[in-house]
Design a protein around this ligand. Sequence first.
Ligand code: MG
Length: 338
Amino acid sequence: MIIHAKPFTLTLKNPFGISKNTRNETQTIMVEIKKDGFIGFGEACLPPYLPETQKSVLAFIQKIDPKEISYPFDFELIHDYFNHVDSENFSAKACLDIALHDLMAKIENKTLFQLLNSNPDKMPYSAFTIGIDKSDMIIEKVKQSSAFRYLKVKLGSDKDDEMIAAIRTISFKPLYVDVNEGWKDKRKALEQIFRLRDDGAKLIEQPLPKAELIDTSWLSENSPIPILADEAFQTIEDLEKLQGVYKGIVVKLMKCGGIYPASKIIEKAKMMDFKIMMGCMNESSCAVMAGAALAPNCNYADLDGPFLLTNNPFVNPKMADGKIVLNNNAGIGLVKVE
Ligand code: MG
């Protein structure tokens, strides 16, 4: 088995100018693992607000001895080995975990969703992200969302009301609201949530700073729609602490270390009655389609990453009826752009 890893920069589609909260590129590491004539693809996505870098991911991969990973892959053992090599480096683990899943499914001539026992008929609708921006830009972004049934709007700035009003001039799609810890006062937050609910919001992601557990549990208790933890949730160990504080969690492969840890989180979170959103970063089709294979086991999906890029190295996933389509190719189902 041979592991190849190379740095790659994804560029974000932004034909309408860049707001101050929007970056125009994301650093990644793209991985290929080869065995017996098969290639498994993986990706580590590295947003600047998280500690990992291209350098740290490459350093982690260099410490991995392929001889320690025997076939057929036992992902519990593989992650024990990864965690023994380093307790952090979640994106680095995710890119190897994704590539190994793609590889194993290809060797077994199965789709990834078959390997994971996911039912593609249960795919939830995905949401199209509308970042913080001026009204005219918001309207242009909403116009790009025609393949999606839900919009995910980023609030938490002084433009909240203006943004919702701009969206509602041209779209009545239901909203997932992501505040990214942007609200500070729980009572004002609750008033805002009631107004948003009346305006079609179905859930609120991370309204208050992640350290504010007591205020968040008050908000959760009184909110008419579910409050989900994103920044406050990373790995399976966080679930106990968040029970009774949030009604749901946002799972991302890059936060938790890949498909195997995400599937364990989903299993446990379901038993604890959490609602689950499968989310993504600014990822290419590789990591997003890997996450999409688990999305049928979740309540919500926010998997628009590849649709926001100009240089996705893989063909974009197909959308049908506002949902990502899991194709029947072996593995993740990726096709490289030539
Ligand atoms: Mg979020």
